[in-house]
Design a protein around this ligand. Structure first.
Ligand code: NA7
Length: 557
């Protein structure tokens, strides 16, 4: 029995722990810290052998975060932010991993994390109001709360090409990179995919392999990140203004503390828009999307057309061969309809190298037919390769949750419930699965924002909610049917009014064959979303229903 049970006399205290949290990335670490501080028994299960989540798994060459380092971290601890110092404007994967290890040590989190332990299933017991969590190694644990911190981009997606098992070289998915690394120096390397990951990998590997062949299905709009070391005085200024920085970030749509040059571009001439964009292009990164209120760029087709064309011209200017340049220029979707990638190492100029070539594998080019013993066979040619790299992304947003067999009330599985797309209230809970919380779950702002801030907002909301339940003697919580339906409708309506339907993207699950295409993150902005969540909590968790433990026997004191 935990301290919290002793204080409140909660039912459900016969469970092994109060809460099971899945995953030891940004989400799981903070959830553990908050609940433990409040006196709950928490057990975290992590598939990997270390903390870090996304940053534990994605160790491919060039892996880096495209949020600026001073805001891609926790805001809750003055001590951590005073003692940790980022070295570059955008943090590289090893540095983020080091940071999360530092946090785990500082907060003494490891003692409640079981590593190399994979959660296979979770089954709700209606009579007891508890969850039975089964691990891949056969252990079974009873818990009152089941909380997923599995990340939005953690279940790798790899296209099912015929012939891969006949390939005589080696192949890797970027998010399952071998610990010992891969030596490309005398190898012919083929990479499939030009999303954020592919762009990082290609920029980093171009020039380091004997030859790099890029198989591109859809070109992307990569905006320069303008990475650089953080100078000491710059860092001092950040530290001196951190409270203000975080406040501004929390109050923004993207969870980033950037000012807009203008709220709207609608009243500006095309020349004024272009001047603003040029200035932001020089600043780099997501500041470019913030030239105007980001929601505005994603709702106004005319403004978006100017922004998209501005980037196209930049691409053409960087690539020497006009034919290659045209292949790299996106024309099938507006900027921002897919997740905008960043360019750290002059990505487009990589294609000016003799040892880098581009193959258009779209339907208008030469689609990949199969993998052969020697390499990749397209409809036009066979490309000899020693290594194939799949930078083909993830079964995003729902993949890692659905990879566990989760069974709620009356035998309803999560796979059944979400067969036509996820149904949640606030992206935090789904009806029929009481006491199951999803940190940065589908239909919350998550991937459209600076993730650590969205994670903190969710974790703190969940902690408050659990505390409220115990203060009021509530046993379980779940959304009402009506609130869930309304939330799904609202999320879809907001997305329909934006440009997201203009592209096939992982935001909508289009990248995974057979997956129902539904826009999944909440697109109204972190600021609006936070207000809604705060109001719901203030109004005694309006839209949720509780079951009470009044009749349950009190635990032994
Ligand atoms: P993404 O953004 O999903 O990119 C995957 C890439 O792989 C994309 O270019 C795809 O082309 C390509 N792809 C996928 N399947 C195929 C097949 N069958 N043939 C050819 N090309 C294919 O994943 P990332 O890992 O780059 O980024 C995910 C997020 O992680 C990123 O947005 C950041 O938020 C961090 P397509 O565009 O579908 O034509």
């Amino acid at each position: 029995m935990s301290d919290a049970d002793a204080r409140t006399g909660r039912a459900g205290s016969n469970t092994d722990v109060d809460a099971v949290v899945v995953g030891a990335g940004f989400s799981g670490l903070y959830m553990l810290h908050r609940l433990r501080e409040r006196g709950y028994d928490v057990q975290v299960y992590e598939k990997g052998d270390g903390v870090g989540g996304t940053w534990y798994w994605n160790t491919y060459p060039g892996a880096r975060c495209d949020s600026e380092s001073h805001i891609y971290c926790y805001s809750f601890s003055d001590e951590i932010r005073e003692t940790w110092e980022w070295t570059e404007r955008y943090p590289e994967q090893p540095e983020i991993l080091e940071y999360l290890n530092y946090v785990a040590d500082e907060l003494d989190l490891r003692r409640d994390i079981a590593f190399e332990r994979e959660v296979e299933s979770a089954t709700y017991d209606e009579d007891a109001g508890t969850w039975t969590v089964a691990l891949a190694d056969g252990e079974v644990v009873e818990t009152r709360f089941f909380i997923t911190g599995v990340g939005c981009l953690s279940e790798p997606f790899k296209p099912d090409f015929d012939g891969l098992d006949e390939f005589e070289g080696e192949w890797h998915h970027t998010s399952r990179w071998p610990d010992e690394g891969v030596d490309f120096s005398d190898k012919h390397v083929g990479v499939i995919g030009t999303g954020s990951t592919g762009i990082q990998f290609i920029s980093e590997t171009g020039g380091k392999a004997e030859h790099l062949t890029v198989f591109q299905r859809t070109p992307n709009y990569a905006v320069p990140a303008r990475n650089r070391p953080l100078e000491d005085d710059e860092y001092e200024e950040i530290r001196a203004n951190y409270d203000e920085i975080w406040e501004k970030a929390r109050d923004s749509r993207l969870g980033m503390p950037f000012d807009h040059e203008h709220y709207s571009a609608a009243s500006l001439s095309e020349e004024e828009i272009r001047e603003t964009l040029e200035d932001r292009w020089q600043q780099g990164g997501f500041r470019f999307l913030h030239a105007f209120e980001p929601g505005h760029v994603l709702t106004n087709m005319e403004v978006n057309a100017v922004v998209s064309e501005f980037i196209r011209e930049k691409i053409r200017a960087k690539v020497d061969d006009p034919e290659t340049a045209e292949k790299l220029v996106p024309s099938d979707h507006p900027y921002g309809a897919k997740r905008p990638p960043m360019d750290y190492n002059d990505y487009y100029r990589t294609y000016n190298r003799d040892d880098v070539s581009l193959v258009d594998v779209s339907d208008d080019g030469e689609p990949i037919e199969r993998v052969t013993a020697r390499g990749i066979q397209t409809t036009a040619d066979e490309y000899d390769l020693d290594v194939i790299v799949f930078a083909t992304g993830f079964d995003a947003m729902t993949g890692a949750i659905l990879a566990m067999d989760i069974e709620g009330r009356d035998g309803l599985t999560m796979q059944e419930k979400w067969a036509d797309g996820p149904r949640t209230y606030l992206g935090l809970m789904t009806r029929g699965f009481p006491n199951l919380f999803t940190i940065t779950g589908p239909q919350s702002p998550s991937v459209l924002t600076n993730m650590p801030l969205s994670i903190e907002q969710h974790v703190e909301w969940i902690e408050d909610c659990i505390g409220y339940m115990d203060e009021h003697g509530h046993d379980t919580i779940e959304p009402t049917e009506a609130s869930e339906t309304q939330w799904v409708t609202n999320t879809n309506m907001l997305a329909d009014n934006m440009l997201f339907s203009e592209a096939d993207s992982w935001y909508r699950g289009d990248n995974v064959p057979g997956k129902t295409a539904v826009f999944t993150p909440f697109p109204g902005g972190l600021d609006m979303y936070r207000d809604i969540c705060d109001r719901v909590a203030r109004d005694d968790y309006d839209g949720f229903e509780f079951s009470d433990a009044a009749d349950a026997p009190l635990p032994e004191q």
